[in-house]
Design a protein around this ligand. Sequence first.
Ligand code: ZN
Length: 288
Amino acid sequence: MPSPLNASIPAPPDAQDRRAVPPVICYPADSLPMPDAAWIKGLRADLTKISETLVPPREAACFKVPAGHVFRITSTEGPQVGDLNLWNADDLSERFYSGKTRALHGTHITTGHGMWSSFPHLRPMAHVIHDTLGWYGIDAFGGSVHDVIGTRCDPYTHNLLSDGGQYHHCCHSNLTRVLANETGLPLQAAEAHVHDVLNVFMCTGFTRDTGQYFMKASPVRPGDYIEFFAEIDLLGGLSACPGGDCSAEHSSDSAACYPLLVEVFAPAETGDWTPPEPNGYDRTHGVD
Ligand SMILES: [Zn+2]
């Protein structure tokens, strides 16, 4: 990012040549497992709802999804962004790894992309199998939806940037409270398991001139949804962000906020699907 502190650093004579070197994709992801259209169509053709959870505005809720099942997050009464955490239902240490998901799939995810888990597991916890905002693509500002750039709104950053403010309904705190309730862990033990999220329905990007993270009003409308296939037994946590559609600000009670609906479905059949194996690295790290 440009910094005024670099103003006195002289550019070398070949600066433009160095800038003109073309980029290469860090992690070509073509070889990763990806559900195909025919399999998704067969899976989605016959779904039986087994549970639903309504996430209140500026609050969070937990939900469970057995492996081989489908879960859907739906916008209900108005545009609303959701902050999603996923854990292995039997082992909270295996959790969603937004940074590696971003490295593999890009800054935003949509149909066909995986939600990858933390080391040493590094396997798909879920795949996106339907996205009614899949038409959005990348807009003229470089923005797109379902962000894996942002972390989660949290009271610590708010405190830093607001001269000591105390706000208790950031997604980080909402997720902490419901995880503590769900697991019986003390509040601060539960907090340690809250992690960087998939920002469901959130429209974000980086400014071209300063490289800064930006958000803009989510294009989500009531009835829009994103649907996932659970690859392993999952415990999910979803917070209806206090930023609402994230058009203006986080970390206050000023934005209009709406509930989000989470539904879990059992498919009639899963075809040739098998759960993903744990990662194959032997974990010796070069030590005999
Ligand atoms: Zn939030």
